[in-house]
Design a protein around this ligand. Structure first.
Ligand SMILES: *[C@@H]1O[C@H](CO)[C@@H](O)[C@H](O)[C@H]1NC(C)=O
Ligand SMILES: *[C@@H]1O[C@H](CO)[C@@H](O)[C@H](O)[C@H]1NC(C)=O
Ligand SMILES: *[C@@H]1O[C@H](CO)[C@@H](O)[C@H](O)[C@H]1NC(C)=O
Length: 372
């Protein structure tokens, strides 16, 4: 091929630079899986499932996976994320500096999803217990069990009124509903055997209704000084004295106790449960990405004015509402979740897509390198 005269080549390149559509800002989530205590063998499966489902979501969600507590210590590391996913983290999952960063992120309106063992971590921060909803008490041996489902939330809208699962039935040290958590999945205790028989042993502190999955919008870390919830979720004198008790947090949080096995993570119904929760978190109006003029100090990825219209065009499942929601605005709509995206054929397609994405990304970065 004959070389183009330099002038023509540069003109073409500069034209190309202008023709390249602006990169669309994607919502961005952190998948955090550091374990200081027990480590679930299903963590790698969980991570790859979430990464895959995020990349094929409409619109796609950007993921960052971390197992390094020191990431939380980098200034402004967390502010880029619309939501943090704590997947079966355990024990002292963060340094004091990292824990402060997490608390400040939540106070600034960031989203939080706790999955399975996420309730068995950071026991020495009462605000973490309030964020998750309760700390872990015990579980009987993994079992087949029937769950009762409230389908009013994007995380459960695809389920039937009851859901048969093979998973661990967690029990908690306190009652999450006392912190305003709205239950979407509860356990039918008659559907499985728990060798722990006495009422006291069976963690009745969690309430007569056995909670499994719940959500809350707004007031993530607030506490009532006159109402003790127990189970390590009430602020300690030391936290109050040091100003680290935590307060506010107008964003959204979701917790599900399910997700012990690889089989659960490969189950379509469970995958939609997780991604329904993620989609709902990402639509929080408190995020910088949700509004062109989000409040000062808001966290989240950059605002993308075209995302809202794209979401609407694809058809959203609608806002949720109901008693108990009144004090906290539940508005916005979940990211549309297409079932076909997680079918086997979808997986094959996605691999192809990823390859072409890589090629496109390479082309774009080469172009950018030249443009800049
Ligand atoms: C919901 O019920 C339908 C009809 O009985 C069944 O085919 C489907 O598998 C159920 N879904 C789940 C997640 O259990
Ligand atoms: C920005 O905020 C103001 C006041 O809160 C509101 O009236 C206005 O509609 C917002 N503009 C955009 C583009 O969101
Ligand atoms: C489902 O949850 C919503 C929100 O918490 C609540 O308003 C509604 O009453 C629940 N439905 C049932 C059948 O319990």
């Amino acid at each position: 091929m004959t070389a183009l005269p330099p002038f023509v080549a540069w003109t073409l390149l500069i034209l190309l630079c202008f023709l390249t559509p602006p990169a669309l800002a994607a919502k961005k989530i952190l998948i955090y899986t550091y374990t200081q205590g027990f480590r679930h063998y299903s963590i790698p499966t969980a991570v790859s499932v979430i990464e895959h489902l995020s990349s094929t979501a409409i619109p796609p969600i950007e993921t960052v996976h971390s197992e390094d507590p020191s990431d939380f210590e980098s200034p402004d590391f967390l502010t880029q994320f619309d939501a943090l996913l704590f997947i079966s983290v355990s024990g002292k999952a963060l340094s004091p500096t990292g824990a402060n960063a997490l608390r400040e992120y939540i106070e600034a309106g960031g989203g939080f999803l706790g999955v399975h063992e996420a309730c068995d971590a950071l026991y020495h921060y009462s605000w973490y217990g309030r964020l998750v909803g309760a700390f872990f008490n015990y579980h009987p041996q993994i079992t087949h069990a029937t769950l009762n489902v409230n389908t009013s939330h994007p995380a459960t809208a695809h389920l039937n009124a009851t859901w048969r699962v093979y998973d661990e039935m967690y029990n908690f040290n306190s009652n999450p509903s006392l912190l305003g958590k709205q239950y979407v999945i509860t356990a039918d205790e008659g559907s499985y055997k728990d060798p722990v028989e006495t009422v006291e042993q069976r963690a009745r502190v969690q309430g007569e209704i056995h909670p499994i999955a719940w959500w809350k919008e707004g007031n993530q870390l607030d506490y009532n000084r006159h109402v003790k919830v127990g189970g390590g979720t009430d602020p300690t004198k030391k936290e109050i004295r040091e100003g680290t008790a935590g307060t506010g947090g107008e964003g959204r949080s979701f917790y599900t106790a399910l997700g012990h096995t690889n089989a659960m993570w490969k189950d379509e119904a469970f995958q939609q449960h997780i991604m329904g929760a993620v989609g709902w978190l990402l639509e929080s109006p408190t995020l910088r990405s949700s509004s062109a003029n989000a409040s000062e100090g808001a966290v989240g990825s950059a605002f993308d004015p075209t995302a809202a219209s794209r979401t609407m065009r694809k058809g959203a499942t609608g806002a949720i509402s109901g008693p108990g929601v009144s004090s906290v605005t539940v508005k916005g709509s979940p990211l549309p979740w297409s079932k076909s995206q997680i079918s086997t054929s979808g997986t094959r397609r996605a691999r192809g897509t990823r390859r072409s994405n890589v090629a496109a990304a390479l082309a774009v970065s080469m172009l950018l390198a030249i443009c800049v």
